[in-house]
Design a protein around this ligand. Structure first.
Ligand code: ZN
Length: 242
């Protein structure tokens, strides 16, 4: 079975639609969404509706929790806080109900899904060996997937310890022995210097994961952000992938 692994869509419907079109063309039968579905971008209601249409399985992200009022914006920088306020003001009750009903950790067969880490799903970034050790200590399945950093990565834990492996675009990597954690990068606001939408395709029968990038109409998303009155710096960073 092929599964599209997506994260950090951040209300960027144009980017999400580009990713969905590609993964469907590649035969994906399911979508697993690692959170931060809204926040920053111009189409929070449209993104929540589209993910429901495709039957995506989703976990809660910190931006989603802020959008529903479950978390405050104390941890946010001023631009993120402004975008969060805007998101909260336009979020329709139906979309707020969907986000409010999401759990922080989801188990799907051999996979555990969370936004940040399994140890601290809404706050922690899996970017250090210490955070990875804490994450794997909570992992009861062979494989896991997280987002939150907006940077694609594969982290492995075996006899030799923990190591992060930057994925090679388009290359099917074996899931392998030992514990594994996949970060598919961000659909709606990549931060690794590549402005294209980022996601990963799992093939559970072949036992592989392939990181992929998809170009989309960034200008259209930026126009929608301007029309919504969202901070210009948030629109501009989409062009740089930072
Ligand atoms: Zn995010």
């Amino acid at each position: 079975m092929r599964i599209a692994l997506i994260s950090d869509v951040h209300a960027n419907l144009v980017a999400l639609d580009a990713v969905l079109a590609e993964e469907e063309g590649l035969g994906a039968e399911a979508v697993w969404n690692l959170g931060d579905t809204v926040g920053y971008g111009p189409d929070p209601n449209g993104v929540v509706a589209r993910l429901a249409e495709v039957g995506a399985r989703s976990v809660l992200g910190n931006h989603d929790a802020v959008a529903t009022g479950a978390m405050d914006t104390a941890w946010f920088n001023p631009l993120a806080a402004a975008a969060a306020e805007w998101t909260r003001s336009v979020l329709e009750p139906e979309a707020a109900d969907v986000l409010g009903g999401l759990g922080e950790v989801l188990r799907e067969g051999e996979w555990s899904l969370a936004h940040g880490t399994l140890r601290d799903p809404l706050r922690e970034y899996l970017v250090t060996v210490e955070a990875a050790e804490g994450h794997f200590a909570e992992q009861e399945t062979p494989y896991s997937a997280v987002g939150h950093t907006h940077v694609p990565l594969v982290v492995r834990r075996d006899e030799e310890g923990v190591r992060g492996v930057p994925p090679v675009e388009g290359e099917a990597a074996a899931l392998g022995e030992g514990l594994l954690c996949v970060n598919p990068g961000s659909v709606g606001q990549p931060r690794d210097g590549d402005s294209r939408a980022s996601y990963a395709l799992l093939d559970t029968s072949a036992g592989t994961v392939t990181h992929r990038r998809v170009g989309y109409d960034i200008g259209e998303t930026q126009r929608r952000m301007a029309a919504a009155g969202l901070p210009e710096a948030l629109a501009e960073r989409l062009s740089r992938g930072r």
